[in-house]
Ligand binder design. Structure first.
Ligand SMILES: Nc1ncnc2c1ncn2[C@@H]1O[C@H](COP(=O)(O)OP(=O)(O)OP(=O)(O)O)[C@@H](O)[C@H]1O
Ligand SMILES: *[C@@H]1O[C@H](CO)[C@@H](O)[C@H](O)[C@H]1NC(C)=O
Length: 322
């Protein structure tokens, strides 16, 4: 660590190792006994507001593990946007490139959950879709000096492609999470991904193959590696994950802990954020070991309620992870 009095080193310390170019969404959650029918008004028994969006979730998890992080995103010039920026700051994330716009509202996910845990969700991406080339040019220095850049698909594909292209041209490791997945994903995403990490349903959509076991995931990963990614990881919920790399195209299955899951919402984002932390700070670990540790951290997150509220902090985790 640099001594704090050294001006030359001070700047170095402020550089974000993990930069996320992605989404922020405010979750508006109503709990009801059942889901309403068309035209019907029902009363719920509880309402709460949460912080979500895949980009910000992943950034928060990386930050809580101790990563220096920066979030490149766009929210509205509204109370949800102000509160979101405050939430990023509270998590120690640099908000230098968290832009605010008057042209759209902060992204929202309006969620109704019934007693069986079934839900209906409406997402209005809003300001997320206005993150543009000018914004990325503003953040180009941060992207170029990062160790890892993470992107997903809750901002425009053009913005994600631009960020990944810049990162790649500067030798910054790229971690791409094709979520939410579309069957017609631009093929450039594969070639731009050092690490391509998706879940079972996304792997199915992208490959057209059924994915419901580690063996299936291995087959789908082989197809995805064939499209140009260096490393493919498919997460399998309580089963852990499968990885396959260009350099060693044999699937490896990495199982995870058996735990009592309370709320798995956001587990995938906890996993991706943790993986970014290891890629940035423990680059000499084997990919398998990074995935074992990311599995562990995501398994901790499913044992508490909520999304970001369930993500563990470094101080609460066993030392063997660091
Ligand atoms: N029930 C569970 N027990 C232990 N670990 C889990 C469980 N569910 C998820 N995980 C961990 O979280 C990782 C990601 O989970 P999953 O594959 O369900 O992602 P996801 O579908 O993107 O998550 P979500 O959509 O729920 O946020 C898994 O690879 C695993 O490490
Ligand atoms: C995979 O992630 C998507 C979000 O991109 C989610 O809608 C879907 O339920 C997840 N699939 C599984 C099997 O968890």
């Amino acid at each position: 660590m640099a001594a704090s009095g050294e001006p030359g080193r001070q700047k170095q310390e402020e550089v974000a190792a993990v930069v996320v170019v992605g989404s922020c969404m405010t979750d508006l959650v109503s709990l009801t006994s059942r889901l309403p029918k068309t035209g019907e008004t029902i009363h719920g028994h509880k309402f709460f507001i949460g912080f979500g969006g895949k980009g910000a979730n992943q950034c928060v998890q990386a930050a809580r593990l101790g990563a220096k992080t920066s979030m490149v995103c766009k929210v509205g010039k509204d109370s949800f946007g102000n509160n979101y920026i405050e939430n990023l700051k509270q998590n120690g994330i640099s908000t230098e490139f968290a832009y605010q716009t008057e042209d759209a509202a902060t992204g929202t996910a309006s969620i109704i959950v019934n007693e069986e845990g079934q839900n209906i969700i409406v997402i209005v991406a809003g300001a997320n879709l206005l993150l543009n080339s000018d914004d990325l040019r503003g953040a180009a220095g941060a992207v170029s000096s990062a160790r890892v850049v993470i992107c997903q698909l809750e901002v425009t594909p053009a913005a994600s492609l631009e960020a990944l292209t810049l990162a790649r041209s500067r030798g910054v490791k790229t971690l791409f999470n094709p979520a939410p997945a579309a069957a017609d994903l631009d093929p450039r995403f594969y070639a731009l991904s050092d690490v391509f990490c998706c879940n079972e349903s996304e792997a199915e959509i992208l490959t057209g193959l059924p994915v419901s076991s580690p063996a299936d995931a291995g087959k789908a990963a082989l197809v995805l590696v064939g499209r140009g990614c260096q490393v493919v990881i498919i997460t399998l919920g309580a089963e852990g994950c499968v990885m396959l790399s260009q350099s060693e195209p044999v699937p490896k299955y990495i199982p995870t802990e058996k735990v009592k899951a309370v709320d798995t919402t956001g587990a995938g984002d906890s996993f991706v954020g943790a993986l970014a932390f290891y890629l940035a700070y423990y680059p000499s670990l084997s990919m398998e070991e990074m995935l074992r540790r990311s599995n562990f951290i995501a398994a901790v997150s499913v044992q508490a309620a909520g999304t970001q509220s369930s993500y563990p902090h470094r101080k609460d985790l066993p030392l063997h992870l660091f």
